[in-house]
Design a protein. Structure first.
Length: 143
């Protein structure tokens, strides 16, 4: 299974807002950059707004960051778009056979390991700021 694309779409949106500061960014303009429907963009932007990451100027087409890039972590973006609940990145298969010694015990054994894996991923996301990502992206655009 994959994590929802809302996270990468949200990072794309915030990066675009940062890099295209002098452009009037409508949901249609952003949707073209992401190559998705404007409705998807508006939904993700609503979540980013609710998290206090962006301000949206409806009607006139405008978006701006509400926090400096160096104060926004990838974990904050990840959490803003409700990708997964805490401790629920990995899903267990339903109804393993309780009469099987493996089926009866596999979830208890795996649960702690998978929780550690999710915590490790979230720790990495917490160490990276949007400023670091936009800096690398800007260099790549310029080359």
């Amino acid at each position: 299974m994959k994590i929802s694309s809302r996270f990468t779409v949200a990072v794309h949106i915030l990066s675009l807002v940062s890099i295209e500061r002098d452009t009037r960014l409508t949901s249609e303009f952003i949707a073209e950059s992401v190559n998705t429907n404007a409705v998807v963009i508006r939904r993700v932007m609503g979540k980013l707004k609710n998290a206090g990451l962006i301000e949206i100027y409806r009607g006139q087409g405008g978006v701006e960051l509400r926090k400096p890039l160096d104060q926004i972590t990838l974990l904050e973006i990840y959490q803003a778009v409700d990708v997964v609940e805490e401790g629920e990145l990995f899903q267990f298969h339903q109804n393993p056979n309780p009469n099987c010694q493996v089926g009866a015990n596999i979830q208890d054994v795996l649960e702690l390991i998978l929780l550690k894996a999710q915590n490790a991923m979230e720790s990495v996301l917490n160490e990276v700021t949007l400023e670091e990502l936009v800096t690398v992206l800007s260099k790549k655009i310029g080359s």
